[in-house]
Design a protein around this ligand. Structure first.
Ligand SMILES: O=C(O)c1ccccc1NCC(=O)[C@H](O)[C@H](O)COP(=O)(O)O
Length: 219
């Protein structure tokens, strides 16, 4: 992909307060993630997510995140929130992920066996995916850990857009973008003061560093 004038998209994930959503949009987020995974400290109910959905600025995507949720739960979120993208972190297969009529991202656990496979295996296993999200958790583990993984493990030759996630911070996102040239970056922990509570200064610094990487001329 030609990176001249490329703009790395930014997804901020795990919101629980409408005011944080408004601020994130003003600061330049392209997508806002709402977590419906069970046992997550950032999990919200569909009713709460509706209020935050209304706080979204125009042209900013709402992403609904799941991890092995029952089909009825996903349906209910889709009905109430109307997300533009779904994100699946569990053992969901392509048929399940495609079954809601909304484009989806499949999270790939970089601590898990899928990470070792040839990219063709990812495409074969998830032909309907709009893209992949490489995150630091192991298979069966939850995201939002604040931990990084070895970016060198991202399979070369992935044909779909991919999102880099896992332990990104304002201090490492410049290097992460230069090293991996992702379509987008996704962050949760490092822009928080506590799980689910976002911090304006941390979000601003993160956006500034992504913009700095986008202005960096590659050799
Ligand atoms: O955020 C969670 O609590 C969560 C729980 C279960 C599955 C996935 C989860 N989050 C996934 C995300 O999209 C995070 O933004 C991504 O893992 C990066 O998180 P972090 O390492 O904290 O920046």
């Amino acid at each position: 992909m030609n990176r001249i004038l490329f703009r790395t998209r930014i997804k901020f994930c795990g919101f629980t307060r409408p005011g944080d959503v408004r601020l994130a949009c003003e600061l330049g987020a392209d997508a806002i993630g709402f977590v419906f995974a069970r046992n997550s400290p950032r999990r919200i109910e569909p009713e709460e997510a509706r209020a935050m959905r209304q706080a979204l600025a125009p042209l900013v995507d709402a992403v609904a995140l799941f991890m092995d949720n029952p089909v009825d739960e996903v349906r209910e979120v889709v009905r109430q929130i109307r997300p533009s993208l779904l994100q699946f972190h569990g053992d969901e297969d392509d048929a399940f992920c495609r079954g809601f009529g909304v484009p989806y991202l499949k999270a790939i656990p970089m601590g898990g066996e899928l990470a070792q496979q040839h990219p063709a295996a990812l495409h074969t296993r998830y032909p309907g995916a709009a893209g992949f999200l490489f995150d630091s958790h192991s298979a069966g583990g939850a995201g939002g850990s604040g931990k990084t993984f070895d970016w060198g493990r991202i399979p070369a030759g992935v044909q779909k857009p991919y999102v880099l996630a896992g332990g990104l911070t304002a201090d490492n996102v410049f290097d992460a973008i230069i090293a991996t040239l992702p379509w987008a970056v996704d962050v949760s922990t490092s822009i928080e003061s506590a799980p689910g509570l976002k911090d304006g200064d941390k979000m601003r610094r993160f956006v500034e560093e992504v913009r700095r990487a986008d202005c960096h001329v590659l050799d």
